[in-house]
Structure formats: structure tokens, C-alpha cells
Design a protein around this ligand. Structure first.
Ligand code: GDP
Ligand code: MG
Length: 454
């Protein structure tokens, strides 16, 4: 794609709506729009001003619009940007865009506005990625983290560490020039400290990657237990919807049934499963295997008992199953509306147990509050500031590999060229996160995931 072209696209969603915005960016954008906006000479207006008037092309009035002017370099792309707010009809939008194309603009590629913003130095690569996270974010936490990335919270820190490392590595290069004289310009203790700091920073970021799916797609919570304990009823009560079939016949649920709700600042994805028991029914056992398989990508297990058909011994046997060990477990005694023996009630009133009635929706909110607290304590702390994406993760793993080599070279007092080389690898990899070092493949990958108009 030619970055000197003037590009145009609708930047609001497709379809009919009260208003739509068409965005034009590039050197000639003001000139081009000026041709279809006779009310005023847009070349003579100030940046960051609004103008009301008609769009007229081929002597036909297409619409009455409001035009916003952003002159270079004070715009998202750092180029001249004109935004046309028109009425949200598909015909109007199409006519305006076609007239602009007739006059010399071309349609923007996916993510091309953001790509230009990156190329022209308005945002760095990880901020560009944050733009797409910001658009797709579904929960409060996803939104907060994307905003922090957009503000450049973590790329700023990477840039500082990288600059420090560049400074030290240029001293190392200098040593190479004086290699006969056995001098040390780069203070090895300073270098060791910096390398450790970078390593610690990478470790924290890498750790945050495990939050990725939870923040973006929702925290997986699986509902498990014997048949007929009320798992499907619980799913329905949590969702406030009749999603799963409920019946008194054991073995009703076979497939995994999933849906999400928002709890606190997060999206939570509940999965209802087939009751766990030995069975000869072929379809039911497939369902049970699916349930056991699903445990692997669940962050929390809600393990349900029927208070009436349970004694302390059987609870303990069920909870000793291998697949429940070392898991985030919330144990639920269900059917509290029925007459329950006081000894079992007492047992289930302990801290990590909760008593509810799924059918009567009794204490469902209490369970949601418990889950919310549990998520804050064990999965995503509401103070969580950054979280990296898969590309950052893979790059940071490479940074750490080179950092490990640098550390080893420092410990063994290896010769300077080896040290300098490994530092160069670390610098390259760090630079790939913010886009100071890039290649077409990385860029193509990132911007092709954007929607057109962004
Ligand atoms: N009394 C009472 N019955 C319930 C409750 N929850 C579920 N049930 C009943 O228990 C039976 C099995 O429920 P279901 O949700 O299909 O259990 P699942 O096999 O674990 O999914 C149905 O007849 C439900 O109406 C509850 O809280 N109280
Ligand atoms: Mg069921």
C-alpha cells in the first residue's frame, strides 16, 4: 500500500444508524473534500474546527453534514484528516465515499489509519495493538488494561530499559575498538544490575500473559458434580435464562453448555456439564469425558452436591478425586430449600463451602459475590495494570533467552564480542515489542487483524 495516498473509509459500523462518520486522511484530504463542500473553503479554516454544510457532487445534493478538520501534524495519523459526519444511510455513505474516490482518494486497507499513526510516530506498536484491544474489549478489566497500553504505560518502561542497554552496549563496542589494550569502558556491575532489572521486568510481564484469555474471552468456570444435583438448574439461575434442560432424570445433560455473564469487572464463562458417574450409556460417557477434558482450561470449578443425598463421608470421597486436586474449587451444597439434616448443613457452612437453592434462586447473589471475591483474590486482581498479548509473550521469551546468555557471559567474564552479540539480540527483541525494530511480517500480522476504518 502506498503511504502517500489519501485514504478514505467509513469509521462507524456498517449498517443503518442515526449518523455515520467517514474519515479521510492524507496530504490531499482537505483539498479533496473541499471539492464536494461548496459552503466554505476548507483550506482557509483552522485545525480542530467544525463546519456545517451540504455535500454536493455532480450538481446533486447528497447530504447535509458536519465536517471536522484536523491539520497535520495534530491528528491521529499526523496527516491532514477530515471527518465527515453524515446521516447514517448506506446510500449516502456510499455516494460520499465514491465521490471522494472519483476525486483521487482510495479506500483504506484494514488498520491503515492506525498503521499511519504508527509509521508517523504518533503511537508505538504496542499502543497500536492496544487500539484494537480497546475496540474489542468486553469487560471493565479488559478496558482498563487496554487504556493503560494505549497510554504507553509499559512501552515507556521498555523504551527506558532499552535506551540504557543501548548506552552500555555502545561502551562495549568501544571496548572492541580498543581490544588490544584490555580496557573496560562499560562498567560490568552496572551492566549486571541493568540486565537483572530487565530480566525481572520481563518475568512480571510474561507472568501476566496467563491472564490474557481470562481478560479477553472471560474466566472459565466449570460446573461439576454427580447427576441430578442441580448443575443445570444452577447454570440457568446464574444466567437468569433457561439455557440448559433441567429434569429429574439423571444423565439429562450430555453436551457442554456454555454462556457468559459479567461479574464485577470481569466476564465469566460458565460451562454446565454431564453429571459424573459410571455409565454404560455411550453418549453419556462421551459427555463425561468432555467434562473432564474441559477442567483443563477452566480457572475455577464449582463443585455441586445435593444436600439431601449427601453425607460427610461421600463428600470427602468425591472431593478426593484426582481431577479436583490443586484446583480453584468452590464447593456448593444445593437444594437448601428442602429439609436438610443439620449435621450436613453445618459442614457446608464452613468457609470454602456455600449453601444455595438453585431452583428457588436462594443465595445465588451470595454465590456471585463469593465468585467475584475469589476471582479478585486468585485470578485477576482489580489493580492489574498491564497484560501482554501473544506476540509480546513470544518476543519476551526470546528477550529472556538472550538475557540468560548475557548473564552467563558476565559471570564467566567471557570476551566482549560474545557479550556484545547477546546484548544485540536482547535489544532487537525488546525493540520488536514497541516497534523500534520491525519487519513487514510482524506489521502485516498486526494490522491485518484490524477492521477497515480504524
Ligand atoms: N428442591 C430443589 N430441587 C432442585 C434444585 N435444583 C435442582 N433441583 C431439581 O433437581 C433435579 C435435577 O436438576 P438438574 O439441574 O437437571 O440437575 P443436573 O443433573 O445436576 O444438571 C430437577 O428435577 C430439578 O428441578 C433446588 O435447589 N431445590
Ligand atoms: Mg444437567
Amino acid at each position: 500500500m502506498n503511504i502517500n495516498d489519501t485514504i478514505v473509509s467509513q469509521s462507524t459500523p456498517q449498517g443503518v444508524g442515526p449518523t455515520a462518520v467517514i474519515r479521510v486522511s492524507g496530504k490531499n484530504s482537505i483539498d479533496i473534500v473541499n471539492n464536494i463542500f461548496p459552503s466554505k473553503d476548507l483550506n482557509k479554516v483552522d485545525s480542530h474546527t467544525l463546519h456545517f454544510g451540504s455535500i454536493i457532487y455532480d450538481k446533486v445534493i447528497i447530504d447535509e453534514v458536519i465536517i471536522s478538520i484536523f491539520k497535520e501534524p495534530r491528528s491521529y495519523t499526523k496527516e491532514n484528516i477530515v471527518e465527515i459526519s453524515c446521516h447514517g444511510s448506506e446510500i449516502i455513505i456510499k455516494k460520499i465515499i465514491l465521490s471522494l474516490i472519483d476525486l483521487g482518494a482510495r479506500t483504506a486497507e484494514k488498520g491503515e489509519f492506525t498503521f499511519r499513526s504508527f509509521l508517523n510516530g504518533n503511537i508505538d506498536l504496542s499502543q497500536a495493538e492496544a487500539v484494537s484491544d480497546l475496540i474489542s474489549g468486553k469487560s471493565e478489566n479488559a478496558h482498563k488494561i487496554a487504556i493503560n497500553h494505549l497510554k504507553g504505560v509499559f512501552s515507556e518502561k521498555i523504551k527506558i530499559l532499552r535506551t540504557d542497554l543501548i548506552n552500555l552496549s555502545s561502551l562495549l563496542e568501544l571496548e572492541l575498538d580498543f581490544s588490544e589494550e584490555d580496557v573496560e569502558f562499560a562498567n560490568r556491575e552496572k551492566l549486571t544490575n541493568l540486565i537483572n532489572e530487565i530480566d525481572d521486568f520481563c518475568k512480571v510481564l510474561i507472568e501476566s500473559f496467563k491472564l490474557n484469555n481470562a481478560v479477553k474471552d472471560g474466566i472459565n468456570v466449570i460446573i461439576l458434580g454427580k447427576p441430578n444435583v442441580g448443575k443445570s438448574t444452577l447454570l440457568n439461575s446464574l444466567l437468569d435464562d433457561d439455557k440448559a434442560i433441567v429434569s429429574e432424570i439423571p444423565g439429562t445433560t450430555r453436551d457442554l453448555i456454555e454462556d457468559t455473564i459479567t461479574i464485577g469487572n470481569n466476564i465469566v464463562r460458565f460451562t454446565d456439564t454431564a453429571g459424573l458417574r459410571d455409565t454404560n450409556d455411550k453418549v453419556e460417557s462421551i459427555g463425561i469425558n468432555k467434562a473432564l477434558e474441559k477442567i483443563k482450561d477452566s480457572s475455577i470449578i464449582l463443585y455441586v452436591f445435593d444436600l439431601n443425598k449427601t453425607n460427610i463421608k461421600s463428600v470427602e470421597i468425591e472431593l478426593s478425586e484426582d481431577y479436583l486436586q490443586n484446583k480453584n474449587l468452590i464447593i456448593i451444597g444445593n437444594k437448601s430449600d428442602l429439609k436438610v439434616e443439620s449435621i450436613i448443613t453445618k459442614y457446608f457452612e464452613k468457609n470454602d463451602f456455600i449453601i444455595i437453592s438453585s431452583m428457588k434462586k436462594k443465595d445465588i447473589n451470595k454465590l456471585k459475590n463469593l465468585l467475584n471475591q475469589f476471582i479478585k483474590d486468585n485470578i485477576i486482581d482489580d489493580d492489574c495494570e498491564v497484560m501482554i498479548n501473544e506476540r509480546h509473550y513470544n518476543t519476551l521469551i526470546n528477550v529472556r533467552k538472550s538475557i540468560d546468555n548475557v548473564k552467563e557471559n558476565l559471570e564467566n567474564r567471557s570476551n566482549t564480542d560474545l557479550l556484545a552479540l547477546d546484548i544485540k539480540y536482547a535489544l532487537d527483541n525488546l525493540g520488536q515489542i514497541t516497534g523500534e525494530v520491525t519487519n513487514d511480517e510482524i506489521l502485516g500480522n498486526i494490522f491485518s487483524k484490524f477492521c477497515i476504518g480504524k
